[in-house]
Design a protein around this ligand. Structure first.
Ligand SMILES: [Zn+2]
Length: 364
């Protein structure tokens, strides 16, 4: 009995052991199943999120990217450009031949940086205007300092009452963030800045707002040696006023009711003639085509004029460099074959306002 009893006891132990093992395996399987269920839920959730992202309109992503772009601050850019302009005028206060007048202009030009910078961190509707007015005061000082250094007649500063007390009235100041653009309303007179001092420039003046309003534009020579109104013309009535301004002109005076914008146009800003260029009324072009043969025709007459690029050393003394020279002139309907100038410069198509014209370049 005891042998049998022992054998049965062993079998029971083995069976219990297997049952425990089976329980353990079942528990493992249950745990794994739970894991798989959890993973499946996670995968389902992720798939849903990817699907939701893909379903978003394309511009939502683009908009998010756009918001990350830094805001372009024109006033800060203008101040940086002015600092470069200041650095480009070599000046040492202690150098031989430097006068107290030169030092005064130099310090005014340097002070303009600090004055403009003091407005950079501020906000408010007048912030940009204040910065441009401060930079404008510096530009005026640099124009005068440069004339002194180059031994040219010195443009008079035309200080207002506010400026005499060291304060620029930003509300009426005509300077903008661009060195060669001035904006105002009503009467104003300001120092004309140029890319290269002593050279002629092409000037544009346009009334802002109502078309029927007219401005008077007066070219003034106002220096320590001379005061002369050299030229007077009107701008407005649908005309774009573009005139060459000689180096002797130091100030522009603009009078009239409307708001206005004046700017110096650099030759490279002008469009070039194409193989066939058509237009109506007046237009200016950059000319680098050389002595090409062209056919020009128009319906109501006018002229084609040319100003060669100035190659004078120092101050321009050549009258041709500031005076458009007529290449051809017609009245009424016309068609003419002609040759463009070999030199580079600017071409002015000066037709009557309603004249429709075309210039066709042969062998473009
Ligand atoms: Zn010249």
């Amino acid at each position: 009995m005891s042998k049998l009893g022992t054998a049965v006891g062993t079998l029971i132990e083995q069976l219990e052991s297997h049952e425990a093992r089976l329980d353990e395996l079942t528990a493992n399987v249950t745990a794994l199943t739970a894991n798989v269920t959890a993973l499946t839920a996670t995968v389902t959730a992720l798939t849903a999120r990817v699907a939701a992202l893909e379903a978003q309109p394309a511009h939502a992503t683009a908009d998010a990217g756009f918001e990350l772009e830094p805001i372009r601050d024109e006033a800060i850019i203008a101040l940086a450009e002015y600092r470069r302009q200041l650095d480009d005028v070599p000046f040492s206060p202690e150098a031989d031949g430097v006068t107290s007048a030169m030092r005064a202009e130099h310090y005014a030009a340097v002070d303009a940086v600090a004055r403009a910078a003091s407005w950079i961190e501020r906000s408010g509707p007048n912030r940009d205007q204040e910065i441009y007015a401060a930079i404008g005061a510096g530009r005026k000082a640099l124009i005068r300092l440069t004339a002194m250094l180059e031994h040219r007649p010195i443009p008079l500063p035309l200080l207002t009452a506010e400026e005499l007390s060291g304060y620029v009235d930003a509300a009426t100041d005509v300077h903008t963030g661009n060195r060669f653009v001035w904006e105002g309303r009503g009467d104003a007179e300001f120092l004309l800045d140029r890319p290269v001092s002593g050279k002629p420039v092409l000037l544009e003046v346009v009334p802002l707002g109502e078309d029927h309003l007219v401005l008077n534009v007066i070219h003034v020579e106002r220096t320590d040696r001379k005061l002369e109104h050299r030229f007077s013309d009107t701008a407005g009535l649908g005309f774009v006023y573009r005139k060459m301004v000689g180096p002797e002109v130091t100030h522009l005076r603009i009078t009239g009711d409307p708001g206005w914008r004046a700017r110096v146009i650099q030759p490279d800003e002008l469009p070039s003639m194409e193989r066939e260029t058509t237009g109506q009324g007046r237009a200016w072009f950059r000319h680098t085509l050389g002595a090409k043969k062209v056919t020009i025709q128009g319906t109501e007459g006018g002229s084609l004029e040319f100003v060669p690029d100035c190659d004078c050393k120092g101050i321009c003394t050549d009258y041709d460099h500031r005076t458009p020279k007529s290449l051809t002139y017609h009245s009424g309907d016309f068609r003419e074959d002609m040759t463009l100038p070999r030199r580079t410069g600017m071409l002015s198509v000066s037709m009557r306002p309603k004249s429709v014209w075309s210039v066709t370049v042969l062998h473009y």
